[in-house]
Design a protein around this ligand. Sequence first.
Ligand SMILES: [Zn+2]
Length: 327
Amino acid sequence: MNQPSRLGEIGRAGDDHVVPFQVETLDARGRVVQLGPLIDQILERHDYPESVARLLAEATVLSVLLGASLKFEGKFILQTQSDGPVDMLVADFSTPGSVRAYARFDRERVEQAVAAGRARPEELLGRGILALTIDQGAHTQRYQGVVALEGQSFEEAARVYFRQSEQIPTDVRIAVARQVVPTEGGRRERWRAGGIIAQFLPDAPERLRMPDLHGGDGDDGSGPADFDDAWGEILALLGTIEASELLDPTVGPERLLYRLFHEHGVVVYEGVTVIDDCSCSRERIRSILDGFSAQEIADSIEDGTIRVSCEFCSKSYEFDPAEFDAG
Ligand SMILES: [Zn+2]
């Protein structure tokens, strides 16, 4: 990490920029972000039902907050698999700051859930798993941590994950909203999302490194929390955050950090700008098709070609069936 700065020294971070911070007197570190154009573009492209978009925005904020801690070139993948109307969410973060995300859902079940007033994020997910994977390339081991989704929010799932898998006291706050903004010649609705993560790291900043990721040790995450005073203070301060503070561009990450921690001497670090950027390519899609059986290739042919669109960015790729042995 580069040189710390007092708040105000690095200027306003603005949207789509992750700001790392440290509150030394409370042994806490964290990151805060407000997603503007990035999350709006991802969600508008897919035209998801509002409740699904909201859920995917939460997943994306969490992925950005966690992925931005990668110290080396690599990828952070947040994925859910569950039995609710939204059965899969994927939000990827690739260094230095590429983000992509998509949701898989059953439209009819989502509509039923909305009509029945059961469309809170945890209700749309249902029961299943949240898997967090770190992939730092072919020459390193891939690390994956898994936490059960049992009707809790993403915020709570993340707290449980860090308690179980890393034994690091962690708190996360996430907010998502669709806001009306003035544009040239009118008004339109835009998605915004924001979040903050704080971790208690008394004397070993090395523990932030993700290679510690491994399965739980029998801790079911429900045991009593032995918070010391410093961490208790952090939790109390984070508990005062309003959703609007995480979303309002006129507040911004620095002003929020100042409001929360200025009495304790918060410093911020040069952060990372995140962009809406998919890593799909013709070669990658092709390599997936290469793994198809003859029958699967035959089944994929329509009007003499194989058309595949990327689930993340909707880009469409066409292949000649003759390119494949099976074709
Ligand atoms: Zn793509």
